[in-house]
Design a protein around this ligand. Structure first.
Ligand code: PMP
Length: 425
């Protein structure tokens, strides 16, 4: 018996599903998840001594790969000074300044300990500011596990087939309107009927939680205009896309001016983090300035801030985005071409260094289309790759991530394993 199998048995007796976050349990693909012991660059190592080229990268934060020496050094230095003070430190301010430099729409910023807290707090703030109740989200988008957002949600919720969670009173869900991603007409119709009730529209500028789905031309701009027209706040959830697609967010690339932005993942360099920010007038609604309460014992934690600040500094110095995009494009094209030659239906969609091989012949523009993928085939692909030392996310409805530590040799290894995996499909 593998050590991972023994550990997983022990874990299942104590942790629901053996995990602390559902997708880690491999329910969608079956099998025992390897217990991970360490990571180095693009590699992770499990307790049984097997190594994998990692495409999860902690679900997005590790754009510099595992245990990047600069991040580790920054953490060691911060650690020596103490782990938490519950009082303001200079590094919080410096990270906030870095965020603002690259995301000018953040006139003010507040740090949290997770993306979920950032989105939940953003919604409370939007409701407080507008005095309205309704929030609009898109099917298959995931904005953390706040009650308002677990309605037709993506990521683990979609993976487990519970896109709308139990335990949320219908009175709460009734305040969330859900629309199909990339469908501006549906959004216009909703605004025409209920525009004056809408506090905020929240959207992933590139969807990453139903697999990677880029926005159609004009979709996000159209949403922004609708929000302006009806006095709703336009909220971009850049928890994944922030500092993933460029220095800054998708908003820089697409010329968007959100009222509020949610961040997380990369800005914490692999430590627990989130942040939200935006227009000064709206952010001044937050306690202690305003009447919208929001707080956190570990918010702006000095270790997380130090890891985030160092990660962003490395990204500023190295500007790796063109290379990441080229490498990702190459891998995606090679995968699609190899599948085509084998007659396996596969669409590999990507934006920057986030990508998803969809087990379908059709392009995927929304959740309905993503859900038509052959999940059995994805599961086979997943296990074939895992057995060959490649570690993909354990669900069709997730993004794969490349890091700056992934070099040509790792991509070649991946492609070779992928081609062999196709033989078994
Ligand atoms: N928003 C988006 C777009 C996300 O992808 C996630 C997490 N994957 C969240 C919010 C929630 O972040 P966290 O898991 O840190 O609470």
């Amino acid at each position: 018996m593998l050590k991972s199998e023994r550990l997983f048995q022990r874990a299942q007796a104590l942790l629901p599903g053996g995990v602390n976050s559902p997708v880690r349990a491999f329910r969608a693909v079956g099998g025992t998840p390897p217990f991970i012991e360490s990571g180095q660059g693009p590699w992770i190592y499990d307790v049984d001594g097997r190594r994998y080229v990692d495409y999860v990268c902690s679900w997005g934060p590790l754009i510099l790969g595992h245990a990047h020496p600069r991040v580790i050094e920054a953490l060691q230095e911060a650690l020596r000074r103490g782990t938490s003070f519950g009082a303001t430190t200079k590094v919080e301010l410096e990270l906030a300044e870095l965020l603002q430099r690259h995301l000018p729409s953040l006139e003010m910023v507040r740090m949290t300990s997770s993306g979920t807290e950032a989105t939940m707090s953003t919604l409370r703030l939007a409701r407080g500011y507008t005095g309205r109740k309704l929030v609009v989200k898109f099917e298959g988008c995931y904005h953390g596990h706040g009650d308002a957002f677990l309605v037709k949600a993506g990521s683990g919720a979609a993976t487990l087939g519970v896109p709308s969670s139990a335990g949320i009173p219908p009175e709460i869900s009734a305040l969330t309107a859900v629309l199909p991603y990339n469908d501006l007409t549906a959004a216009r119709d909703l605004f025409a009927k209920r525009g004056k009730e809408i506090a905020a529209v929240i959207v992933e500028p590139v969807a990453g939680n139903m697999g990677v789905i880029p926005p159609r031309e004009g979709f996000l701009q159209g949403l922004q205009e609708l929000c302006r027209q009806y006095g709703a706040l336009f909220v971009l959830d850049e928890v994944i896309t922030g500092f993933r697609l460029c220095l800054g967010g998708a908003q820089n690339l697409m010329g968007l001016q959100p009222d509020l932005t949610c961040l997380g993942k990369i800005i914490g360099g692999g430590l627990p983090v989130g942040a939200f920010g935006g227009r000064r007038e709206v952010m001044e609604g937050l306690a202690p300035l305003g009447a919208v309460y929001q707080a956190g014992t570990l918010s702006g934690n000095p270790l997380a801030m130090a890891a985030g600040r160092e990660t962003l500094r490395v990204l500023e110095e190295e500007h790796p985005y063109d290379r990441l995009e080229q490498q990702t494009t190459w891998l995606c094209q090679e995968m699609e071409e190899a599948a085509r030659r084998k007659g396996v239906p596969l669409r590999v969609q990507h934006a920057g260094s986030m990508f998803t091989p969809f087990c379908t012949a059709q392009p995927v523009w929304n959740y309905q289309e993503a859900s038509k993928c052959d999940l059995q085939r994805f599961s086979t692909l997943f296990h074939q790759l895992l057995a060959r030392g490649i570690y993909p996310p354990a669900s069709q409805f997730e993004s794969w991530f490349l890091s700056t530590a992934h070099g040509e040799e790792h991509l070649e290894l991946t492609l070779e394993a992928f081609k062999k995996s196709l033989e078994a499909m």
